[in-house]
Every structure is written in C-alpha cells, then in structure tokens.
Design a protein. Structure first.
Length: 71
C-alpha cells in the first residue's frame, strides 16, 4: 500500500501526530505488541551490544506491525 509520503508529498504535522497516536493505541490495545514493545525498550541500553541491537530490531518490528495502513 502506498501513502502520500511515498509519492513525494509530506504529511502535515497533524497527520503525523494522528498516525503516531493510532500506532500507540494499537500497541496499547494488543497485549502481544505491548509486551514485545516493553521488553524491547528495557533492553535498548543493555550492556551486551548484541542484545541491544536485537532489542532495536524488535522495537522496529513492533512499531512497523502497529503502524496504521493507509489506502
């Protein structure tokens, strides 16, 4: 699916805020995403770089999965 941003148009600040809000609501309403998100955030500053990198990957995956899909 494509968005306006994919076509060279930038989102307005309000549109960006709404998309961020919708993503955060999706994480909060889904226990699986909420648990993954919280676990990844706690490991971002881990002393083992491999664990920190994996936490960053997982956080990115959660945010991508929760991102609203636009028509």
């Amino acid at each position: 699916m494509s968005t306006q941003a994919d076509h060279g148009h930038e989102l307005s600040p309000v549109q960006s805020w709404v998309l961020t809000w919708a993503r955060d609501i999706e994480i909060a309403r889904r226990p699986d995403l909420s648990t993954r998100y919280a676990h990844a955030k706690t490991n971002l500053d881990h002393e083992d770089p491999a664990i920190a990198v994996e936490a960053l990957r997982e956080l990115s995956a959660v945010l991508d999965e929760a991102r609203p899909r636009l028509l």
